[in-house]
Design a protein around this ligand. Structure first.
Ligand code: ATP
Ligand code: MG
Length: 577
């Protein structure tokens, strides 16, 4: 049992100016954390207790899934990162530092290099594989926009695990085990979450899933199917095949003047063609200077991550400037189309446009559009040379790629990420083993991250009201708050103390608010810090022989005889577990 008066909880009414999201505001107000510098926070005792509860749950599930805990250093030598190729590639998020001998180091944003270096020294044979190593450790990423408190800090706690295998099937099995362990973690935390397929991007791993705690304030939009459970983030989400439209050949191609009409809405209004009858043509350039022409249906938005992934060699794509647009279309921006382009470009076409017949598009000529365009008849050159891909953002109402039912878009906070890495690091760093046939091969790896601080922030985003945090019991810094309402009255003060002590002896985490403060202050603080079960001892109700019990979630009070309070509280806690 812990006494508030001799512990360290400092609540405040003030909302810090930089706290944009509710979890950040409430954490600061409840005295869970204090900012030290942008994206760098101290974990105050109340916050640390919640973090420890989460870390206990994570350790329990990781251990149960066969992972082995170790601890790796925060500071890592540059040489390892040069070996993996990431010293150059990682960019400014990597905090680089020098020691007194002018040797280069970084503050680790992740630990693939260090763990691969450990393993390549120790493990030589397929007989020693597989295994899965994990740690809970402080990372540093020099985020361009640290914000939302623990949600996107620069220094933060992460559970990261790395598995090593002789064969892909073995990686698959561990990946499944990690997926299941993560589900158990978030279920044990009593959080609402979804698991989505994630983009593996340029790292080129074969499979990746993100665990998202759903919350209206989430940074990422995820697509999910209420009918079959399919889920994917918006960079990855697909939809069922596009329906074919109009089998008959359209009337002959026509050029129509469209002076000054460069937007889909304007063109659509002028031509009387709905947006889904238009083909939108976007022109990008890579940083090597190649042009990329992409077409999508007029009513759909191109997804730049999908687009980027479609052009693996390009380091970076950006919308082409006006002069480059003229170079390939011969027209000012806004009149581009797939018919009659005048130069070499990488051609990409979204699947939404494949079945379109008789569509409208830019004429590659100032102030003109084409109507009645048919791919085979009028735009065969483009249609033949283009790669047909999924390039658009899938949204609300699109049919599910698995079951065809309507997809929904929800917002979420990415709290965990599991990834099949393959041999990307082991090959670059010569982390090899001898297989059964005696041949030397790179190990196959998986990695599994879970944000500790971010998960707690997400828990608050999902569980709060206007007055404060409503902790799910498994993450609450204390399970029960005993409020000694009239601490100057010796009899009720003793009863509060006795109740808190005996609950503590029964193994519960109990906080006793024994401060000499007005009831109003105590109730406000109690609501703010969000302990799930509350017992109020004192005042009129105590004079009448009872103690008032309530849950933070609904705050409905029940008066129970003093002698029954303990049993009732144990029962309430049990029901919230
Ligand atoms: P994001 O897209 O949000 O930047 P990420 O893809 O960089 O995340 P990973 O490298 O997969 O994240 O890290 C694993 C986990 O670490 C994430 O799922 C998240 O929970 C947590 N995490 C990542 N960056 C931060 C951060 N800046 N602050 C707090 N937690 C973080
Ligand atoms: Mg990141």
């Amino acid at each position: 049992m812990i006494r508030w008066s001799s512990w360290y909880i400092h609540t405040t009414r003030e909302i810090p100016a930089d706290a944009e999201v509710v979890s950040h505001q409430l954490m600061v107000r409840a005295g869970m954390t204090r900012k030290v510098a942008a994206g760098i926070y101290s974990y105050l005792p109340l916050g640390w207790r919640s973090l420890r509860k989460l870390m206990d749950i994570v350790r329990r599930e990781m251990d149960a899934a066969g992972a082995v805990e170790l601890a790796m250093p925060a500071v890592q030598p540059a040489e390892l990162w040069v070996e993996s190729g990431r010293w150059q590639k990682y960019g400014k998020e990597l905090l680089r530092i020098r020691d007194r001998h002018d040797r280069e180091f970084c503050f680790g944003p992740t630990h693939e290099e260090v763990v691969t270096d450990i393993v390549r020294r120790d493990v030589k044979s397929y007989r020693q594989l597989p295994f899965n190593l994990y740690q809970i450790q402080t990372k540093f990423r020099d985020e361009i926009r640290p914000r939302f408190g623990w949600m996107r800090g620069r220094e933060f706690l992460m559970k990261d695990a790395y598995s090593f295998h002789a064969a892909p099937e073995s990686l698959d099995a561990t990946y499944e085990a990690m997926d299941a362990a993560y589900r158990r973690v978030f279920e044990a935390c009593r959080l609402e979450y979804t698991v989505v397929e994630a983009d593996t991007g340029t790292i080129g791993g074969s499979s990746s899933h993100e665990f998202m705690v759903t919350a209206a304030t989430g940074e990422s939009a995820v697509v999910h199917c209420p009918a079959c459970g399919y889920g994917a983030n918006q960079e990855k989400a697909e939809r069922a095949a596009w329906p074919s439209v109009g089998a008959a050949a359209p009337p002959p191609l026509e050029r129509v003047p469209t002076p000054g009409r460069t937007t889909i809405a304007d063109v659509s209004a002028l031509l009387g063609v709905p947006a889904d009858g238009l083909v939108k043509t976007l022109i990008y350039e890579t940083d090597r200077g190649e042009l990329v022409v992409a077409v999508v249906r007029g009513d759909r938005e191109i997804n730049e991550v999908k687009l980027q992934n479609a052009v693996p060699d390009a380091l970076h794509l950006r919308l082409a400037p006006e002069e480059r647009v003229r170079e390939i279309t011969g027209a000012p921006a806004g009149f581009a189309g797939p018919v009659g382009l005048r130069g070499a470009a990488i051609l990409l076409a979204d699947l939404s446009t494949r079945e379109m017949r008789g569509f409208a598009c830019g004429a590659n000529e100032a102030d003109a559009h084409l109507v009645n365009v048919d791919w085979q008849r009028d735009a065969a050159a483009f249609a033949g040379a283009a790669r047909w891909l999924d390039l658009v953002t899938v949204g609300e109402g699109d049919p599910c790629p698995r079951c065809g039912e309507a997809l929904a878009v929800v917002r979420g906070i990415e709290v965990g990420h599991i990834f099949k890495l393959g041999d990307r690091y082991s090959r670059a760093m010569q982390c090899t083993f001898t297989d059964e046939a005696g041949a030397e091969q790179p190990m196959i790896m998986g990695c599994y991250g879970l944000g500790i601080g971010r998960t707690l922030a997400a828990a608050i985003e999902q569980n709060h009201d206007a007055d404060g945090i409503i902790w799910p019991l498994p993450l609450a810094p204390f399970s029960v708050l005993v409020v000694s309402l009239t601490p100057k009255d010796p009899e009720s003060a003793r009863a509060a103390e006795a109740l808190a002590t005996s609950l503590g002896a029964r193994g519960l985490d109990v906080l006793l608010d024994d401060r000499d403060e007005r009831p109003g202050v105590k109730f406000k603080d109690a609501d703010l810090i969000g302990i799930p079960v509350r017992a109020v001892v004192g005042g009129k109700s105590f004079a009448a022989g009872s103690i008032e019990l309530s849950l933070r979630r609904d705050r409905e009070k029940v008066a129970v005889p003093v002698g029954e309070a303990e049993a009732r509280l144990l029962d309430l806690v049990d029901r919230l577990r």
